[in-house]
Design a binder for this molecule. Structure first.
Ligand code: G3I
Length: 357
């Protein structure tokens, strides 16, 4: 793609105001430092990431410079899901993720792979040739080949994988009975992790779940599932809490407690798909100020837990967010506004990143 080649060759990090080798690192805590959230994350010893869309990078010239200036990790929003990487049986397509990885490597960004196994009736992340299977051994063989091929292709270039996404009922606490569960039993989760670990022993392997940021039965079920997998000796290294705050604000204390409980199991934890919509009464200034506080509450909870190593946003500018098409416009869930300007939420995030010890 035009954009990737030009950016990789022409624009070093310094163009985006990022410290280059030899520059004295800025202390983001000093008055007037005016650090980017990427610089604040580096100082805090964590990664801050964003979901990536190639179509936005191609169509919007402001997209890539803002992404690179502010984030040191990327996750492709859809092109590393089964429906994109193996759209037909035996036909693999890695072109778009490969271009994103080239961009990431040229700009000092880590890559999170999302996701190897995710099947829910309401989502088109898994093709019909998979969900139509009725024979358990056929599905077991297909899943093994998918994971080995995909993880093998990206081996050494993707530092973390969401191996299984959303294994629990969306609004419940039981294991969701997707096609893998129905034919292979709950053991499909362990099998997926074993296959991913065999294909890339150096990748950090995550279980990733939605709506588990607050205290409640669903989080308890995720904690129990994680503990059970660990007891079985399954190579699960991390747990991702997605952080789509669409119906309520982050509860700092409950999020902190959940992160601590998972960390106590010995896994790393990440906030993997954060967007926090503007909410509540008052004029826009009041709503944006409330959102600033909510970004701070979310980020400071992560930074209070040693094992919390990365916060990834699901997009990074209000101009390009899945929420527009799924929940409606003007919910403004991200740290940069439609014109890529820093919102109060950006500063809440930066302060949260710098709130750690
Ligand atoms: O790429 C095709 C395009 O070729 C086609 O013309 C178009 C027609 O509708 O569809 C395009 O694929 C869409 C894809 O996004 C890329 O835009 C899919 O239909 C659409 O379902 C898909 O939605 C994504 C959704 O996951 C399902 O994969 C959203 O963008 C993405 O934000 C959302 O992200 C999920 C995480 O993966 C898991 N956690 C929840 C989160 C929000 O639902």
């Amino acid at each position: 793609m035009r954009y990737v080649r030009s950016l990789i060759i022409v624009l070093p990090l310094s163009v985006f105001g990022l410290a280059c080798e030899g520059d004295d690192p800025v202390d983001c805590r000093t008055d007037g430092a005016n650090c980017s959230v990427r610089e604040a994350a580096v100082q805090a010893g964590v990664q801050v990431g964003a979901a990536f869309r190639e179509v936005s990078a191609t169509d919007d010239p402001k997209y890539l410079p803002a992404l690179i200036a502010n984030f040191n990790s990327v996750t492709h929003e859809h092109a590393m899901k089964w429906a994109a990487t193996q759209p037909q049986y035996g036909v693999f397509n890695f072109d778009e993720p490969d271009r994103m990885i080239e961009l990431a490597e040229a700009n000092g960004m880590a890559v999170r792979g999302h996701t190897l196994v995710w099947e829910q009736a309401t989502v088109d992340a898994t093709p019909e040739y998979v969900t139509a299977i009725t024979n358990p051994e056929e599905l077991r063989t297909l899943m093994a080949n998918h994971i080995r091929t995909v993880v093998g292709h990206f081996r050494g270039r993707v530092d973390a994988w969401d191996v299984v996404n959303e294994p629990l009922d969306t609004l419940g606490s039981e294991v969701y009975q997707n096609i893998f569960y129905q034919l292979m039993g709950p053991g499909y989760i362990a099998e997926a992790f074993e296959l991913a670990h065999e294909a890339d022993p150096d990748a950090t392997l995550f279980l990733n779940e939605a709506l588990v940021s607050d205290d409640g039965d669903k989080f308890d079920a995720l904690l129990a599932l994680t503990a059970d997998l660990l007891v079985q000796g399954v190579p699960i290294h991390g747990v991702g809490l997605q952080g789509h705050f669409l119906t309520e604000a982050p509860n700092h204390d409950e999020l902190l407690a959940n992160l601590q409980k998972l960390a106590a199991l010995g896994v790393v934890v990440e906030l993997t798909e954060v967007d926090i919509i503007v909410r509540g009464p008052g004029d826009d200034a009041a709503r944006l100020e409330r959102q600033r506080q909510e970004f701070f509450d979310m980020a400071s909870a992560c930074l209070a837990v040693e094992a919390c190593k990365r916060i990834t946003f699901w997009g990074f500018t209000d101009r390009h967010t899945w929420i527009d098409s799924f929940f409606g416009p003007d919910l403004a869930p991200l740290p940069l506004d439609e014109n890529y300007e820093r919102k109060p939420a950006y500063f809440g995030l930066r302060d949260g990143l710098l709130s750690g010890p």
